[in-house]
Structure formats: structure tokens, C-alpha cells
Design a protein around this ligand. Structure first.
Ligand code: NAD
Length: 292
């Protein structure tokens, strides 16, 4: 009721362009936060796929919206329709948040920022660390890029021998060449090379799963087959948040490692988008309590 009562002639629109969107938690998250902070904004989800994306962005411009989120299948396709890209988006080749800056549409990727921010919430600074990252898709790529932007020392990316392997090679090339000034050492290996995986985890501070293994339809499975690769001073993170405790999280806990699931990344990617649009901090504890 409150949110309806506050909508008036001055309400600013924030949107989401994606499909499917029925399951998205973003409208609830942002509208609750607008309500809580008394901001005169409303967040609406629009069912938009690649074929209507260009028109939808033109519509967003015509309506002078405050900004919007972009999710699959539009995260990469939106790039040519924007005016500027922040480094997070430029190097990862994907955008999940667009901010209207005086009529200019600026693209950001807050997925990776959400990942590093969530680590910070757990008292972990990415600076100087070595990460073994599994995957090179929509979740793994921004994790790699943002971690590199924030001072990671070394990253070893493992990807399955599928359509995503060339993307893993490309992510490593971008970090080693296009982001050369940051001095991050990046390596790429096939996930099938288990001896290399063991060796890289052994010298890493963080093991990150950036794949959907552990979530439906792959629930109950893990990217780690041999638990002896884990140890108590390893930080193990998962992008999976349904279930909260994936097989990998169970394996990490059993090894006495620090286990961090994907919920915080999800929450913080939204909180950081909220901050980009409004200049205010999302009341994350309240949102967590209400939604998660
Ligand atoms: P994607 O399709 O873009 O990438 C999938 C990746 O998983 C690829 O690297 C692929 O090679 C790998 N993969 C798939 N099946 C595999 C298997 N059986 N073994 C090893 N590797 C396999 O998907 P995405 O958008 O990157 O999403 C991946 C997961 O991350 C999903 O579960 C999604 O829900 C989750 N996600 C979480 C957040 C968050 O904020 N926590 C954000 C985005 C995505």
C-alpha cells in the first residue's frame, strides 16, 4: 500500500529489461528499499528479449528513466546501445546496470562488484590474493574482471571443454593484455586437467565456483570431485544461492574452509546498482530480513 501511495507525478522510473523475469527478486528488493528510504522512485520489470532490446532502450531514453538493470539474454547485446561504459563493463563485455547521467546512458557491471563487496563483508580483501576460478560465463567473467580491477595478484581460470572455453581464453587474454597495467597474472586450463586443478588450488587463497553446478538441474553436484583438494585455510565461494548450501559449500565446510554462497553477491549487485542510481546506500540488512 505504501508504495502505491507514494507514486505521483514526480515518481522516477527504474526498470529491468530481461526475459524471463517473472522469478526476479529485483523489483521487490528495490521497491522495498525505495519505500524504506522514502525515495520517489518505482522499479518495474519489463519482459524484453534481444529482438525488442533496441526499441526498449530507445523507449527508456524517451521516458528519461533514472536507470535500469539488464539481465539475460541482454547483458552483452546492450553494449552498442549505450553511450559510455565503466571499466567493470568494458573489460567484462557485459552490462547489468545502466545509469542515466544527464541523458547519457552509462553501463556498469555490478555482478563482479557484488562478489568482491560480499567478500569484504566477510572480512576478506581481494588485494594480493590468488584465485582459482571455475567457469567463464555470465557470472564467472565479471568475478574475474572485477577481482583483477581490485588488485588480485593471480588468477587461474578452469573451464570445461565446451562452448565457454574460448571465453575463458579471452578473459585471460583481456586480463594479461588489455588490463596489463594492473599486473595481474592470469592462466587458463581445461577443467578436465585435475592435476593442474589440484596444484592451482594448493597455491590459491580463494577457490570460486562461477558455474551453475550445484543448482538445478545440477543440484547435488560439485565442480570438485576430490575433497582432498580443499583445506581449512582456503576460502571457497559459490555463485549458487539456491540451495543456500550447495554440494560445494558442504564440501568446504567439511574441510573446515570458509564457505561463502552466492546470496551475498546477489544482494550486493543489487545494492551497488541502487547506489549508482540514487547515490544512497541500500538498507541491505532490512532487505535481507524482508526478502531472503
Ligand atoms: P552461463 O551459461 O553464462 O555460464 C555457465 C558456465 O558454467 C560456463 O562457464 C560453463 O562452461 C559452465 N558449466 C556449465 N555446466 C557445467 C558442468 N557440468 N561442469 C563444469 N562447468 C559447467 O551461466 P551464468 O549466467 O554464468 O550462471 C551460472 C550460475 O551462476 C547460475 O547458477 C546462476 O544462477 C548463477 N548466478 C549467480 C549470481 C549471483 O549473484 N550469485 C549472478 C549471476 C549468476
Amino acid at each position: 500500500m505504501e508504495s502505491l501511495a507514494r507514486i505521483n507525478g514526480k515518481t522516477e522510473l527504474v526498470g529491468l529489461l530481461a526475459t524471463p523475469i517473472g522469478h526476479s527478486l529485483s523489483p521487490a528488493m528495490h521497491n522495498l528499499a525505495f519505500d524504506k528510504l522514502g525515495l520517489n522512485c518505482a522499479y518495474l520489470a519489463f519482459e524484453v528479449g534481444n529482438e525488442s532490446l533496441e526499441d526498449a532502450v530507445k523507449g527508456m531514453r524517451a521516458l528519461n528513466v533514472k536507470g535500469f538493470n539488464v539481465s539475460m539474454p541482454n547483458k552483452m547485446k546492450i553494449l552498442p546501445h549505450l553511450d559510455e561504459l565503466a571499466d567493470s563493463a568494458k573489460f567484462s563485455g557485459a552490462v547489468n546496470t545502466v545509469v542515466n547521467v544527464d541523458g547519457k546512458f552509462v553501463g556498469h557491471s555490478t555482478d563482479g562488484m557484488g562478489y568482491t563487496r560480499n567478500l569484504k563483508e566477510h572480512g576478506i580483501d581481494i588485494k594480493g590474493k590468488k584465485m582459482t576460478l571455475i567457469g567463464s560465463g555470465g557470472a564467472a567473467t565479471p568475478i574475474a574482471i572485477q577481482s583483477a580491477l581490485e588488485g588480485l595478484a593471480e588468477i587461474s581460470i578452469f573451464a570445461r571443454d565446451d562452448a565457454f572455453f574460448p571465453q575463458a581464453e579471452e578473459n585471460v587474454r583481456i586480463i594479461n593484455e588489455d588490463m596489463k597495467h594492473l599486473n595481474v597474472k592470469a592462466n587458463v586450463y581445461p577443467l578436465e586437467n585435475l592435476e593442474q586443478l589440484r596444484a592451482e588450488i594448493e597455491t590459491s587463497d580463494i577457490l570460486a565456483n562461477g558455474t551453475g553446478v550445484g543448482m538445478k538441474p545440477l543440484e547435488g553436484l560439485s565442480v570438485i570431485q576430490d575433497e582432498s583438494m580443499l583445506r581449512s585455510d582456503l576460502i571457497v565461494t559459490d555463485v549458487v544461492y539456491i540451495p543456500r548450501k550447495s554440494k560445494l559449500m558442504e564440501q568446504a565446510e567439511a574441510a573446515g574452509a570458509t564457505a561463502i554462497n552466492g546470496l551475498g553477491m546477489m544482494l550486493w549487485q543489487g545494492a551497488l546498482a541502487f547506489e549508482l542510481w540514487t547515490g544512497q546506500q541500500m538498507p541491505v540488512d532490512y532487505i535481507k530480513e524482508q526478502i531472503f
